[in-house]
Design a protein around this ligand. Structure first.
Ligand code: NAP
Length: 309
């Protein structure tokens, strides 16, 4: 017999935790499943200055811990290390949310599974993960104290993570394929003021090189096509996000980049399946917007459950 909950939330970041607060406050028996530990990518952000209510800023770990405490206070059932492998819809309209041998049956689902870091797909990247290649400055910066590192990318993540690294590393080289950053101006300006961050414009990485550990990155000049070698001890890759949602099959529509397309009410094309946070097509992927999504999806699901009774 599978376990049953009226609603299942997939993903324990800000969107999922907010949905949990709303569903529980509406009296709905809800469980949240998370493939790792609660917090999502937000938990790995060192300093969050654009989430209202914290005038001095707050760390992502602290903010998401507070969100989780709040959701649990209202009785949200939380299952960590529940890695969803399949979501299917039964003939009676109920869903089965499966992870390995475990199965939860539910009347409604909120997908808030977030995104994963994109990989560069160049030689050396996979080989050196954990030996100099990283996708998380907050997690790994301490291993590069007083060392030289490269950050690949020019978006908000790359520049914000470069700032985190600059606090500990000797030199941070931001490698960007164009001559202008994509990151928000306020984030850019802070990075430009940081003495030990240098910007290598119009450069794209071709290969990560080393013996046992990362030693350098081979770069291509995107204007002249010339090659150069950057000696570094670590390479931090922040070249965007992707949504991994194969476990939903064709229950949802996706855009060309793989994000899930939903209407303004966050309802997917499958009745009873709502989508919140970074995993959906949206203009602004921030904690503030994820939290709004979580609330909206929960209210939509609450309405659906009432009508479907
Ligand atoms: P992003 O905005 O998609 O930026 C990805 C960066 O990587 C771009 O600069 C892109 O270059 C570069 N890039 C992509 N593929 C590459 C490749 N194969 N080789 C070299 N460079 C490559 O991703 P993100 O920075 O992770 O941000 C994702 C979302 O989260 C955004 O909506 C962002 O605003 C949000 N976010 C917000 C905050 C914040 O508000 N504090 C913090 C983190 C993230 P081009 O510019 O040339 O395309």
């Amino acid at each position: 017999m599978s376990e049953f909950h009226e609603a299942v939330i997939i993903g324990g970041g800000p969107a999922g935790l907010t949905a949990g607060v709303y569903l529980r406050r509406a009296g709905i028996d809800a469980a949240l499943v998370e493939r790792g530990v609660l917090g999502g990518t937000a938990a790995r952000t060192e300093q969050i200055d654009n989430y209202p209510g914290f005038p001095e800023g707050i760390s992502g770990a602290d903010l998401t811990r507070l969100m989780a405490e709040q959701a649990k206070r209202f009785g949200l059932v939380v299952k960590e290390f529940f890695d969803v492998s399949l979501v299917s819809r039964k003939d009676d309209g109920r869903f089965l949310v499966t992870s390995g041998e475990s199965e939860i049956e539910t009347r409604g689902v909120i997908l808030a599974a977030g995104t994963e870091w994109k990989q560069l797909g160049i030689p050396g990247e996979k080989e050196f993960v954990g030996r100099g290649v990283s996708y998380c400055a907050t997690c790994d910066a301490m291993f590069f104290q007083d060392q030289d590192v490269a950050v690949i990318g020019g978006g908000d993540s790359a520049i914000q993570e470069a700032m985190t690294l600059a606090n500990l590393c000797r030199r941070v080289s931001v490698v960007h394929r164009r001559d202008r950053l994509r990151a928000q101006v306020v984030i850019q300006e802070r990075a430009f003021r940081q003495g030990n961050i240098e910007f290598l414009w119009n450069k794209a990485p071709l290969e990560i090189i080393g013996k046992g550990q990362v030693e350098s990155v081979l770069l291509r000049d995107t204007q002249s096509d010339g090659r150069s070698t950057l000696k570094v001890d670590g390479v931090f890759v922040f070249v965007g996000l992707e949504a991994k949602t194969a476990f939903l099959g064709d229950l949802v529509d996706r855009d060309r980049a793989g994000f899930i397309e939903v209407g303004e009410d966050l309802a997917s094309k499958t009745k009873g399946l709502f989508v919140a946070g970074d995993v959906r097509t949206k203009r602004l992927r921030q904690i503030t917007t994820a939290v709004g999504d979580g609330a909206l999806a929960a209210v939509g699901l609450e309405q659906y459950l009432l009508e479907a009774r």
